[in-house]
Design a protein around this ligand. Structure first.
Ligand code: NAD
Length: 418
């Protein structure tokens, strides 16, 4: 499929092929798992506020559903394309399997710059997109969640649209929704909290001290801002954060609570807070720090800048932030990589808790959610670390091989239909 031929999909497939070769994956399964199970492209007509009708393109890709309903976020971004969504869906399959969640992998997206739409336009776009992908989604089939450019409000509109179609409220049709309609405590911060949980385990393993650690975070959205906040709460010094416009750097450590109050609360652009020196995103990635957290888009660390990356730990909050050739350069430099499918799995783990709570109609306390997240993600970290040592594989390959193996076992148990 030529539509899939884009750099992000090539990266996901190249990672898969490397892991498949190392684990001597059955060649028949290899061919099945390389391509998504199902891909839907939809046209979304939206009546704009000026009464014109604009067309947008949307996608929903289900990579694998052998272990349960497929699960994955919805991205609103002007560069969204089928290949990127298919790559993200494949990573979701390995991520859910690695964490031991009873899900397959999916992803969706719309090619749109959401900040350029009014609230009304965004709602009409979301509802029409949800209607177009309605045949594929549902609590037992495929469950969307937020990703870049979408949030709890977008999930609420999708949940409502789904519920209108079937005629009754179906909270379990999406995760990452507001508490008032069956959302979960702790879901919003979950990905960032998971990034911090695994980073602390990596620091213990490397005998590094959190009090002396410096952290740089690229991306100040859901994942980046929660990671920065919790890193600071556990005692690290967050020396830099950035968003699409650029970053703030303060060698003494940024006052993250105050920054969040101005940035999220008052809507002040990062630069105008003047809480640090203004740096570019490229400069942020090359800062001397203990922990670097890419938490924006994919392919940020490439063969061009990998040699200049100076962190001790790379905790991948974003999906696919490191290209395959950059990976090798970082490993050779001795950077300890916590790969995306492990580092950012806190989001889908708490999404799973949300889905379970919706099904039970019984809601848990926030501390229970944090404890269970901690238990699952740190266990996945240690399994991956042990496997990586035993197999003499990198953490990324160990994580991928563990995830792929669980999916392969499911396919072998179920057999090939018909
Ligand atoms: P978001 O939309 O809340 O935030 C994205 C951030 O990245 C914003 O601060 C934006 O300004 C910044 N950004 C965008 N383009 C950039 C660029 N070219 N350079 C630097 N910064 C840029 O999105 P999010 O939900 O925080 O997702 C961030 C990453 O984490 C994505 O790769 C996503 O797939 C991944 N992820 C998200 C979740 C989740 O629960 N939201 C879970 C797992 C993984």
């Amino acid at each position: 499929m030529t539509e899939l031929n884009n750099p992000t999909f090539r990266l996901a497939v190249a990672q898969f092929e490397q892991a498949a070769a190392m684990m001597h994956l059955d060649p028949n399964l290899h061919e099945r798992l390389k391509m998504p199970e199902r891909s839907l492209i939809v046209s979304i007509p939206v009546r704009m506020d000026d009464d014109t009708v604009r067309m947008f393109t949307g996608y929903r890709v289900q990579h694998d559903s052998s272990r349960g309903p497929s699960k994955g976020g919805i991205r609103y971004h002007p560069d969204v394309n089928l290949g990127e969504i298919a790559a993200l869906a494949m990573w979701m399959t390995w991520k859910c399997a690695l964490a031991g969640l009873p899900y397959g992998g999916a992803k969706g997206g719309v090619r749109v710059a959401p900040k350029k739409l009014s609230r009304g336009e965004l709602q009409r776009l979301t509802r029409r997109y949800a209607t177009e992908i309605f045949p594929l989604i549902g609590p037992d089939k495929d469950v969307p969640a937020p990703d870049v450019g979408t949030d709890a409000q977008v999930m609420a509109w999708i949940m409502d649209t789904y519920s209108q179609q079937v005629g009754f409220a179906v909270p379990g049709s999406v995760t990452g929704k507001p508490l008032s309609i069956g959302g979960s405590l702790g879901r919003e911060e979950a990905t960032g909290r998971g990034v911090v949980d695994v980073t602390l385990e990596a620091m213990r393993h490397l005998r590094l001290d959190i009090e002396n650690a410096t952290v740089a975070v690229q991306g100040f959205g859901n994942v980046g801002s929660n990671t920065a906040r919790i890193m600071r709460e556990v005692g690290a010094k967050v020396i830099a954060v950035s968003d699409v416009t650029g970053g703030l750097y303060n060698a003494k450590g940024l006052d993250i609570p105050e920054l969040l109050r101005r940035f999220r609360g008052d809507g002040q652009p990062l630069r105008e807070t003047k809480m640090g020196d203004w740096i570019s995103n490229e400069e942020l990635l090359e800062l001397d720090c203990t922990v670097l957290v890419p938490a924006a888009l994919s392919e940020q660390i490439t063969h061009k800048n990998a040699a200049k990356v100076r962190c001790r730990i790379l905790a991948e909050g974003a999906n696919g932030p490191t290209t395959l050739d950059a990976d090798q350069i970082l490993v050779d430099k001795g950077v300890f990589i916590i790969p995306d499918i492990l580092a950012n799995s806190g989001g889908v783990i708490v999404s799973y808790f949300e889905w379970v709570q919706d099904a039970q109609r019984f809601f848990w306390k926030e501390q229970d959610i944090r404890d269970r997240l901690h238990e699952i993600i740190t266990a996945a970290f240690h399994r991956t670390l042990q496997f990586s040592t035993a197999q003499r594989a990198t953490m990324r390959m160990a994580a991928l091989m563990s995830g792929i193996d669980k999916v392969a076992q499911a396919h072998l148990a179920r057999g090939l239909f018909p």
